[in-house]
Structure formats: C-alpha cells, structure tokens
Design a protein around this ligand. Structure first.
Ligand code: 8Y4
Length: 283
C-alpha cells in the first residue's frame, strides 16, 4: 500500500521538501564571464542575484550547474567545475532559504558541495562516473537519477527505442538498484525521464504522454522540459518563444503527478503550479 504512494517528504540536507504539493526548481545561469575584470566575484554576485529573484518568485529549489550538457560543449575539468560551482553554492547556502540542487556528475564536486550546504545531487549521468555512487552515498543527500543513453556529445545520434517509456523505466530501475547496492536507499531517490536526452521528438512526446507509468517506483518525479527542443519541434518556435509551450508542459507534468518541475521562467511557472495545487487540495 505505502509502496505505490510517493512519500510526503524529501529530506534535503538541512531542509525538507513537502511533496504533498508540487515544487518549482529554478535553473540558475552560471555562465563564466571571461570579459568581466570583476572575475569570480562578479560572477558569484550575478548568480546570487538571479537565485534570489527566483526564490522571491517562489522557487523552492535552485539548480546550479557548472558543466554544459549541450551537444558539442567543451568539457570542463573537475577543478574548473568546482571553482565555478562551489562559491555559488556557498553564497546561496549563506544568503537564501532554498534547497540547492547541484547539477554535476563529478565525485569531487558532489563531496565539496554537500559540505557547503547543497541539498540535492542532480546528475544527468545517474551516478555512472567512477566514484560518483560512493560520493553521493557519503553525502547523505538525495539524488535525482535521470535517463540518458550515451553522453551529451553523442546522445542525439539516432536514438532508437521499441517502447521508450518501458526502456526509460528499466534504465531507472537499474540505476536505483546500483544506488541500493552502494548504500543509497530508495527514500533518497528522485526519478527523471530525461526529456531531450537521447530522444527524438516522437520519443519525448510518447514518454511525456506515458510518464505516469514511472509512478510505479513510488518515488517523486522531476521533469525538465522548459524551453526544450520538443517545444520548438511541435510549435516551430525559437528558444526565446517557448514560454507558453513550457507552461503547458509544466501544467501537464504536474497533472500527471510530477512533484518537481525544473524551469527557466520561475514566476510564470509558480502561478501555474499554485493554481493546480489549489484545485488538487480542494475537497
Ligand atoms: C534551453 C536551454 C533549452 C537549456 C534547453 C536547455 C535536465 C537537467 C538539464 C532535465 C534534470 C537543458 C541539467 C538541458 N536538463 N536535469 N539538466 N532534468 N534533472 N537544456 O531534464 O535545460 S540541462
């Protein structure tokens, strides 16, 4: 009985997320500005201001990432990634009341950010890098396991599925088993279908339609579709014209039971999510 229900709470370090209502995770830009002679301080300041604005708009999580997952992006060394992310995690932990999610696959970054006050490890590689399972286990933090085949650089080279939702479910079950073996219990896991990762438009749409199948694991679902190419593919809109498409998918995801939506447009999405939550909470 309790198995088929998502738990009401997720413990995120020193904060607890109430999962009886949906949450908005704001995507934080951490773009290194090589032209600013203010250097690291200006970067950290801009990130902190952006995070503060998202929290004021109602984000209960912010996702901080120092490595681009875009196809063709230059790879970043662990030291470089840590130098970008750690000061920002530290500043947000000191200044803001929010769960800090760290978008990383790198064991050293997982360990250091946990020490600095992060509340969630968001790994698009689902802890498949050497040492990542142990680092996440030792952190004591929850982990978001996301479906992706291959690596960001090659993932869009002709992805094929017989049944995309079933295969995503099998993949996530395998990663949950790997986590269990490494000492990360199910209670610390969040699952993510991985929209836009190793999936053609038809796969993204079918996976979205059948996302509810992933509720069978009894774990909270995180969905990231904001401004993604599946919206561009359907609507024929450029990246700056995808707000309404993004809001439609955020609403539909929450309607299908997603507890966390990862978005760029926090204020707009918070209105959508709060409206749905009000209806869901009614008699
Ligand atoms: C515009 C800007 C359009 C960026 C697309 C994008 C997910 C994620 C990403 C996700 C989880 C992205 C780090 C891709 N997507 N983490 N990360 N789930 N858990 N592209 O779907 O936002 S990066």
């Amino acid at each position: 009985m309790t198995d088929s229900f998502s738990p009401a709470r997720l413990s995120c370090g020193n904060r607890v997320l109430d999962l009886s209502r949906p949450h908005v995770m704001g995507i934080l830009n951490v773009t290194p500005d090589s032209f600013s002679d203010g250097g690291r301080f200006a970067e950290r300041d801009a990130a902190l201001r952006h995070a503060g604005a998202m929290v004021a708009a109602g984000a209960t999580l912010v996702d901080v990432g120092g490595e681009s997952t875009r196809p063709g992006a230059r790879s970043v060394s662990p030291t470089e990634e840590l130098e970008r992310v750690a000061p920002i995690v530290e500043a947000i932990a000191r200044e803001l009341d929010v769960v800090i999610s760290v978008d990383t696959s790198t064991p050293a970054v997982i360990r250091e950010c946990a020490r600095l006050g992060a509340g969630l490890i968001n790994d698009v590689r689902s802890l498949r890098r050497d040492g990542a399972l142990d680092a996440a286990a030792d952190s004591g933090l929850p982990v978001c396991l996301m479906h992706m085949l291959g690596e960001p650089g090659d993932m869009q080279d002709d992805p094929r599925y017989a049944d995309v939702t079933a295969e995503v479910g099998e993949f996530l079950a395998g990663r949950m088993a790997a986590c269990a073996a490494a000492g990360i219990p199910a209670e610390r896991i969040v699952l993510d279908p991985g929209f836009g990762f190793a999936k053609a438009l038809e796969h993204n749409l079918s996976l979205f339609k059948h996302m509810q199948q992933l509720q069978r694991f009894g774990r909270p679902l995180l969905v990231g579709v904001s401004r993604k190419s599946m919206i561009g593919g359907v609507l024929g809109r450029g990246i700056d014209e995808r707000l309404y498409g993004s809001l439609a998918l955020a609403a539909l995801a929450v309607g299908k039971g997603a507890q966390i939506v990862r978005v760029h447009d926090v204020a707009e999405t918070v209105d959508v999510v709060r409206m749905i939550a009000a209806v869901q909470a009614a008699e």
